[in-house]
Design a protein. Structure first.
Length: 263
């Protein structure tokens, strides 16, 4: 049998993308010497790569501490890839408002072919590591993941759900199924320590005029201060925000018997 040849690639482009991947995985920001230790690239070549990526807007260099983080151009690419530009524009003022009202981090999660990802974040004032940044893929057992597993059409989530469930202990799967029933009634999901220890989150869905899921509005903070139930004052405020966003996309809560009974 003839051995299949790998298609030709541009190695320097691969190296540049690998640098971006490193910051995504190890970041949110890394110093020059940290990048060199992780890659083994010579100083002169690493300077060239980082200068090029910074000039293109793919990376950002903080002049104060010299660290490199993801650039604004990647946010533009992410918005285009998710097809959620309009949604992000409408949700961003709400993320800001929620942050001011609750002093918690607010983020928007949207669907991609690889599962839900963070599309925008408005962070709390304190230095809280939530374990996620724009572009982070969110697992099934995160509060955002639970919203997508509950409300997203089966044809889109089938492979992702099966793959994610294979990582969940069998005794927890039954609990998850029961939890989904509650989420479908209350439009509220909670998750304790989904990405980082002592950091919890809750999520609520955003719908369009056909009651198809557009995204998940997610609130993140230290576990003791994050509401666990939908009847909390903060939960109600976020549910109201999600309902207003949904209505701007044509969703009519008056026609939704579940939404009416859960309020």
């Amino acid at each position: 049998m003839e051995q299949q040849k790998s298609p030709p690639v541009i190695q320097s482009l691969q190296t540049g993308i690998q640098l971006i991947d490193l910051i995504v995985e190890q970041g949110p920001s890394l110093r020059f010497n940290e990048l060199q230790d992780l890659t083994g690239i010579t100083k002169s070549n690493l300077y060239k790569y980082l200068n090029t990526l910074t000039q293109l807007g793919l990376l950002y260099r903080d002049k104060k501490d010299g660290t490199y983080s993801l650039g604004s151009k990647l946010i533009e690419y992410g918005k285009a890839a998710t097809g959620s530009q309009d949604l992000i524009g409408k949700v961003t003022p709400y993320l800001q408002d929620i942050n001011r009202h609750t002093s918690l981090t607010a983020l928007l999660a949207v669907w991609t072919h690889n599962g839900p990802v963070v599309a925008n974040i408005w962070s709390a004032n304190y230095g809280l590591n939530i374990g996620a940044q724009i572009g982070t893929h969110l697992p099934l057992m995160s509060s955002s993941g639970k919203v997508f597993a509950t409300f997203m059409e089966w044809v889109y989530i089938r492979e992702w759900r099966l793959k994610e469930l294979s990582k969940v202990p069998e005794n927890k799967r039954k609990e998850f199924e029961e939890e989904q029933k509650a989420i479908s009634k209350t439009y509220f999901s909670f998750s304790k320590d989904p990405l980082v220890e002592h950091v919890s989150s809750f999520s609520v869905p955003i719908f369009d005029y056909k009651k198809e899921l557009l995204g998940a509005l997610t609130i993140v903070g230290f576990s003791p201060v994050v509401p666990k139930t939908p009847d909390d004052e903060v939960s109600q405020f976020v549910l109201k925000c999600a309902r207003e966003i949904s209505e701007s996309f044509g969703y009519d809560p008056k026609k939704d018997t579940v939404a009416e009974t859960s309020r």
